[in-house]
Structure formats: structure tokens, C-alpha cells
Ligand binder design. Structure first.
Ligand SMILES: [Zn+2]
Length: 200
């Protein structure tokens, strides 16, 4: 199996897992993988559900988000994915999900999702930052703000877009997807804890 076919297989598996775990429903969210040794990435086509990803609707784009191979329209967040690959050589995949508990936290007025469990301290190490942009797609002019998060925390596994969702990174698609799940789990525990304590 060639590299692109292998990466697509991993993306299909990660997309299916995210959908089945319920961290992405419908046809929202997006997912991608870097093609090693190139300035190219494989991204999901716009409007395709995570559960319906196939070799045909996973497209090849450059880091500017322009289509290189495929017949569909790339995800609207292709520019964000490309900017992350260009800045972060250790990142092999990006998983962006519209996950309920994380979005709820992002609307609480906090600047980060707190690390409420021992496991979160161990695996993430820093509260998960929340960025606020006025548009449903991260605009090019705000990319430096996104990338500066990684200057402060080079191994940051994820951040959250306010009223929007989780952006998780990892060395491969499954690990990025696991990071997205972990952020959502942390957000859920934190939110329920606040609720139980009568703080929200
Ligand atoms: Zn989104």
C-alpha cells in the first residue's frame, strides 16, 4: 500500500471513530493528514460526514488549501490545517470536531478548559486554550494568533474555538482523534463538576 492510501485508511478509521463516539455528528467537522516529505495534505471534502469518508472524498491540497488532486471542494478549514502543518513539523494529522461539552465550556467566559483530572494533568499539562473569532471559519489574519499558542506550548495537543469546536493535533490521525476525545471528556467532567457544585 502506498503512503497516500495508508494515510487515507487511517483518516477513514479516525473519522468513523469520532462519529461513533459522538464527538462529531452530521456532516460537520474536518480531518486531515500530512503527506510526509511534501507540502501537501489529505483533507476531507466539504459537507461529507465523518462516517462517510472514502478514498474518493479525501482530497489532496497544498498548505494554502488549494486543491491538487480530487474532484470535490476541500473543507473550508483547509487553510487552518495547512498553517498547522507548515508551523509544526511534529504534527502529522489534525482533527476538528464540533463537540458539545467543549463548545459549552467555550461559552462560559473562561479562557481555557481546566485540567480537572489527574489524567488530564499527566497527558495535557496545560489548560486547553480557548480562542475567540467572530467567524465560523478561522480567517487568515487570525492564523498568527492560533500558531502563537504553540510558541507557548510546543506540545499542545489541542485548542478550542469559542462557540465552534475542538482542533486537535497528533502524529497520526488516530492519535489526533484520541486527543479530540480527551479534550471532550475533560470538558464534560469539568462542566458536570461545576454544575454539581452549583457554579453554573
Ligand atoms: Zn468547524
Amino acid at each position: 500500500m502506498n503512503v497516500v492510501a495508508k494515510l487515507k485508511k487511517e483518516l477513514i478509521e479516525a473519522g468513523r471513530r469520532a462519529y461513533q463516539r459522538g464527538i462529531q455528528t452530521g456532516n460537520g467537522g474536518n480531518i486531515s493528514a500530512r503527506i510526509p516529505g511534501t507540502e501537501l495534505m489529505i483533507v476531507k471534502a466539504s459537507g461529507v460526514s465523518f462516517i462517510d469518508c472514502t478514498e474518493e472524498n479525501l482530497l489532496i491540497c497544498d498548505f494554502a488549501g488549494d486543491l491538487v488532486e480530487g474532484n470535490l471542494k476541500p473543507t473550508r478549514e483547509a487553510l487552518l490545517h495547512g498553517a498547522l502543518y507548515a508551523k509544526l513539523p511534529h504534527v502529522g494529522a489534525v482533527v476538528h470536531t464540533h463537540s458539545v461539552w467543549s463548545i459549552l465550556w467555550s461559552m462560559s467566559g473562561s479562557s481555557a478548559i481546566p485540567l480537572v483530572t489527574q489524567h488530564a494533568h499527566l497527558k495535557i499539562g496545560t489548560p486547553i486554550p480557548i480562542l475567540s473569532f467572530a467567524t465560523p471559519v478561522v480567517p487568515k489574519e487570525h492564523m498568527p494568533e492560533v500558531l502563537s499558542l504553540f510558541d507557548q506550548h510546543p506540545n499542545l495537543p489541542a485548542f478550542v474555538l469559542k462557540e465552534h469546536g475542538v482542533v486537535a493535533v497528533g502524529p497520526n490521525a488516530l492519535e489526533a482523534e484520541h486527543n479530540a476525545e480527551f479534550v471532550e471528556e475533560t470538558a464534560q467532567i469539568g462542566w458536570l463538576h461545576q454544575l454539581a457544585a452549583g457554579r453554573c
